[in-house]
Design a protein around this ligand. Sequence first.
Ligand code: PLP
Length: 344
Amino acid sequence: MKTLQELTRPNIWKFKPYSCARDEFKGEASVYLDANENPNNSPYNRYPDPRQSALKEKIVQIKHARATQLFLGVGSDEPIDLLYRAFCEPRLDNVVAIAPTYGMYGVCADVNDVEYRQVPLNAEFQFSAAELLARCDEHTKLIWLCSPNNPTGNNMQAEEIERILAGFDGITVIDEAYIDFSTQPSWLKKLDEYPNLVVLQTFSKAWGSAAIRLGMAFASEAIIDILNKIKYPYNISLPTQQQAIKMLENAPQVQLWIREILKERTFMQNELRKNKHFLHLYPSDANFILCKVTNANRIYAYLVSEGIIVRNRNSVTLCENCLRISIGKHEENLALLQALEKYA
Ligand SMILES: *Cc1c(COP(=O)(O)O)cnc(C)c1O
């Protein structure tokens, strides 16, 4: 593995972050005249905690990590973008990713003018570590893995992930947006073993909180320090921090939702299999099912006309004539099945 200094862009390694009022004073006081806030309209008049300490404490209790290993971002989108900005020199460095996978890795590569190297998955939607590593050179800073993967829905093989972690000299990112629906354990427990591992998780899926925009990046303290240094000082709003704490206090409810969604997933797999326009259902460890159908564009348009929106993945490599269907509430799933029955 390269050292973190070798991997980090020189400007990022040496710069001094903005120091906000709430960084300089972290204790409790009765009169706050330090941040040019309006004294009225409590609690929204005050800048939120830039370190999100209370929220992080709650998260790491559940995730069995340390608060110093956790970065909180405006969705996973923010750490995805910051990883490029911290480690990839525009027009010089590159990243390697599996394909198909989540679109934001490629979008953020384009925005940051960083070369995005895609390695196609095989027919089982698995990758070969040797193939990914063969695409790396001295300018490869990041490898993007996603498990369970979007849009395919399956877990990546743990042995191949481990080979990347052991064999790549840059930073390996494993996006676990769907980990709560998966039979596989999280890679979080390997954080101490692999100092260049970044695990992404989110409040947007199992936690039912896409609207509050809260994503988590877990990594070594050294990597987390860099992300904290370059983020916007008050990136996570007070309502988001408060609502996330409320959700964490309600974790048993979230577990019930997950159980219900997994039950519905099995129900939908059994029902969709009976439809002659559904040629193949790919195995899912997520809260959606990728389905090979007779004519994805036509079925997609028909469902739109019925007021039902699924995701048409027809134009994605290896997903020709595929629809990605999220698992909804039972009555929503029934509405989809009923509409499909009428489709000729
Ligand atoms: C939905 C999803 C996310 C979540 O992104 P947020 O910005 O946290 O809402 C992240 N990664 C993958 C692969 C996803 O499918």
